[in-house]
Design a protein around this ligand. Structure first.
Ligand code: SF4
Length: 174
């Protein structure tokens, strides 16, 4: 099962377990794929040289839009830094998968062009690898649940693609 856990699921695990379960059970809303596309588009528009110099890498369960193969650096562009902890987890998972594929000590740069901010992610340590394995085990447990985890109100809900599904008629404004 662990082999099929995608980078998107790792990201969602750090945002909302309910979202993770819904997505993994193929209850998808349009906006999810739109956001993925949007991130790639922002990357291309903010860094026009990128498409020429960097490669797209498809790891099966994760697709890296911009990989600097000469320097072994993953470039991940996000629209907003509001969920930075989840972005870091997603990118660390990319590094984990690259290492598993035989790349030695890759690193990453998270880019937030709108906020003019970058965040460098160092090569994984043994502790990082252990932490990622723990995430994967926890994600497996959530995915094995027959029913969707309970709704936990979060600020993020207002922009989540599952907002209507989770909150229609029950959401109260802060
Ligand atoms: S709307 Fe909120 S509770 Fe529902 S899936 Fe999204 S983040 Fe989770």
């Amino acid at each position: 099962m662990k082999k099929t856990i995608s980078a998107s699921l790792v990201n969602m695990f750090h945002v909302c377990q309910r979202e993770l379960w819904l997505h993994a059970n193929h209850i998808n809303m349009e906006q999810t794929s739109d956001l993925v596309y949007e991130g790639k588009l922002i990357g291309e528009e903010s860094y026009p040289q990128r498409t020429k110099n960097f490669r797209e890498v498809d790891l099966g369960i994760a697709k890296i839009d911009f990989y600097d193969y000469k320097n072994k650096v993953v470039h991940e562009t996000k629209k907003s830094d509001k969920l930075e902890h989840a972005h870091i987890a997603q990118v660390k998972y990319y590094l984990y998968l690259l290492e598993n594929a035989g790349v030695e000590s890759p690193t990453a740069i998270l880019e937030y062009p709108t906020a003019r901010k970058t965040h460098k992610i160092k090569a994984l340590t043994p502790q990082d690898r252990q932490e990622i394995e723990n995430w994967l085990s926890e994600i497996e447990l959530i995915l094995e649940q027959e029913t969707c985890p309970a709704l936990v109100k979060k600020r993020y809900c207002k922009t989540c693609s599952y907002f209507d599904l989770c909150y229609v008629g029950v959401f109260e404004e802060d």
